[in-house]
Design a protein around this ligand. Structure first.
Ligand code: ADP
Length: 449
């Protein structure tokens, strides 16, 4: 087992990883920017290293400073968390070249899965159903027009290197391709350093259902069932649940089997999430995330598996301790992302938190790095807490989440949160029944503005 792990992240996820390390008797090194001097992850780690100014590009995204911090502190592994460098194959490669374990899949796999076209081709080859389209990356308008015509309209043009819900354009006609494609290319080049795109069929109003995996270095992989993440705004998740209320046991079993066998074929290791769109009982692969996900706790609640602990163990060479056939699916879990944002427009509201009280009680878990007196920096993501509830069924989980939201207090000058949005959502019939798709929330917000 590792002796000392450097956590190349901040906020709630840095704490989550630190806690798993502590539970395994591993020492932790945190890194922080000048804006995070007073952050909880710095206070609670065994050692900490300042890696630069507030701007992420000068600190949490600075590979050489992070690797140097690991070398100086004698860490034998680096956990990247999510976001920042977590899906950066070059980072993983450099870490390994320094004789330090990167806690994640191999750089080769990260490379393939970081390219939406190559990922789809690889997964399709391994027997998984993918969104129909042309998976060959291109920069040419005529290729895009040809591919869109084959898929049929509406189609979606995606930057192969895109992420975070950005670098995509839905097109209804040839004319729209001609206007949208150059704009998308420019935006993709600026944001992701590549203007290669793929074209695929735009699936109208599907659900977003994803499968959580853990695989060891000895050819074993288990699927920790699915999460439903259909409540999104601007293609980003806002609320997640596990399991999906849309799937029958038979459907679940089938997609789990197909995907597990594909990941074994590919030789995938560590944790990963396979994302699907689901419509009319069909699954369509969209992408694979080669890292720990924000929403991993809902899976932990329904399986009883500590995903980060398992991730640390398989990264250090242990065999998986869990078997697919022994994995029970227990109850229902929800996660509400509490963001420091205006609840209707999602405009970030950074500022000093003057009062913070987390809810508690049976079946309630709060993952956060926030406390009274901390500054929410405009430099980073506006998610300040994850409120997770677990109950025997959906009905009770809804009541529990309502109860927890009513106990939660976040106050600060100018700081608003998404708490009122969740309170509204939990009164809605579609949400109560789990009857939604990826555009449902945007429609709800439009109708309630
Ligand atoms: P990112 O890497 O930016 O997260 P994804 O490919 O995972 O991009 O897509 C993000 C979201 O965009 C999906 O959850 C879904 O809401 C929407 N989306 C992506 N591909 C399609 C498609 N072919 N049809 C309809 N919606 C799509």
């Amino acid at each position: 087992m590792f002796k000392k792990v450097l956590i190349a992240n901040r906020g709630e996820i840095a704490l989550r990883i630190m806690r798993a390390c502590r539970d395994l008797g591993i020492k932790t090194v945190s890194v922080y920017s000048e804006a995070d001097r007073a952050a909880k992850h710095v206070r609670l780690s065994d050692e900490s290293v300042c890696i630069g100014p507030a701007a992420a590009k000068d600190s949490y995204l600075n590979i050489s400073r992070i690797v140097t911090a690991a070398e100086v502190s004698g860490a034998d592994a680096i956990h990247p968390g999510y976001g920042f460098l977590s899906e950066n194959a070059e980072f993983a490669r450099i870490v390994e070249e320094h004789g330090i374990t990167f806690i994640g899949p191999s750089p080769q796999i990260i490379d393939i899965m970081g390219d939406k076209g190559r990922a789809k081709a690889c997964i399709k080859n391994a027997g998984v159903p993918v969104v129909p389209g042309d998976n060959t990356a291109t920069r040419s308008l005529s290729d895009v027009l040809r591919a869109a015509k084959v898929c049929g309209y509406p189609a979606i043009i995606k930057a192969v290197a895109g992420g975070g819900g950005r670098g995509m354009a839905v097109v209804q006609s040839e004319e729209e391709v001609r206007t949208a494609f150059p704009v998308l290319q420019k935006e993709a080049m600026r944001a992701f350093g590549s203007d290669d795109v793929i074209v695929e069929k735009f699936i109208e109003n599907p659900r977003h259902i994803e499968l959580q995996f853990v695989a060891d270095k000895h050819g074993n992989a288990v699927c920790l069932w699915e999460r439903e993440c259909s409540l999104q705004r601007r293609n980003q998740k806002v609320f997640e649940e596990a399991p999906s209320s849309a799937l029958t046991e038979k459907e679940r079993e089938k997609i789990v089997k197909t995907t597990t066998s594909a990941l074994k074929k590919i030789g995938y290791t560590n944790v990963g999430t396979v994302e699907y769109l689901y419509k009319n009982k069909e699954f369509y692969f969209i992408e694979m995330n080669t890292r720990l996900q924000v929403e991993h706790p809902v899976t932990e609640m329904i399986t009883g598996v500590d995903i980060v602990r398992t991730q640390l163990m398989v990264a250090s060479g242990y065999h998986l301790e869990i078997n697919q056939k022994d994995l029970a699916l227990n109850g229902v879990a929800f996660e509400a992302r509490i963001n420091a944002e205006k609840p209707k427009t999602f405009t970030p509201t950074p500022g000093k938190i003057t009062a913070f009280h987390a809810p508690g009680g049976y079946g309630v878990r709060v993952d956060t790095g926030v406390y009274s007196g901390v500054d929410i920096s405009p430099h980073y993501d506006s998610m300040i807490a994850k409120l997770i509830v677990h109950a025997p069924n959906r009905k009770e989980a809804i009541l529990r989440l309502k109860r927890a939201l009513s106990e939660m207090v976040v106050e600060g000058r100018g700081v608003e949160t998404t708490i009122p949005l969740f309170q509204d959502l939990l009164e809605n019939k579609d949400v109560i029944e789990g009857d939604y798709h990826i555009n449902w929330l945007e429609n709800f917000l439009k109708n309630n503005s």
